[in-house]
Design a protein around this ligand. Structure first.
Ligand SMILES: [Zn+2]
Length: 167
């Protein structure tokens, strides 16, 4: 375990050191022992350790960037087996990349300059297009309203479903 302790005074730092201190049997001190030593509650010991220290694994690393696993508390240290762990930064980056790929794929599939030829539409696509037009198009077909604009009227929503209720 790699410890990073950053308390604002020596007392906080000492609480953190004792909280995370291990020997061959596991954690060296009970939280209640530390609490008694400093005259505070067990909750305050855990809160002090959480707010003023970080304990990193030296066995488990992010599978993308090799950042060490950060233990949230002692229980997490004992029970965590993060073999295929991905850190929050990489998780967020992967999500952003995935969103960008979806947006790019949608943009590629829509060429706003070309007109839709009815000859190349499948029957399924034609039904969807007709459904969308009947649901959202203005009377003069000059525009399509957003789907959410019609969401307050349940009968309009039913019309969007390509079922036998479609009139
Ligand atoms: Zn990472």
């Amino acid at each position: 375990m790699q410890l990073d302790i950053f308390g604002s005074n020596e007392r906080e730092n000492e609480i953190c050191r004792l909280y995370w201190e291990t020997d061959s049997d596991g954690f060296k001190w009970n939280v209640s022992q530390i609490a008694k030593e400093f005259g505070i509650s067990s909750y305050e010991v855990q809160k002090t350790a959480k707010n003023n220290s970080k304990a990193y694994s030296d066995e488990h690393f992010c599978q993308h960037c090799d950042a060490p696993y950060l233990y949230s508390n002692r229980q997490n240290y004992i029970s965590a087996r993060p073999y295929k762990w991905v850190c929050d930064d990489c998780e967020s980056e992967m999500q952003n990349r995935s969103d960008e790929m979806k947006i790019s794929a949608i943009k590629k599939s829509i060429d706003i300059n070309s007109k839709i030829s009815l000859d190349i539409l499948s029957a399924r696509d034609a039904v969807f297009l007709l459904t969308l037009l009947r649901h959202s198009a203005s009377e003069d077909l000059s525009c399509l309203n957003e789907l959410s604009l019609n969401i307050s009227d349940p009968r309009r929503l039913q019309k969007l479903s390509a079922t036998r209720l479609l009139d």
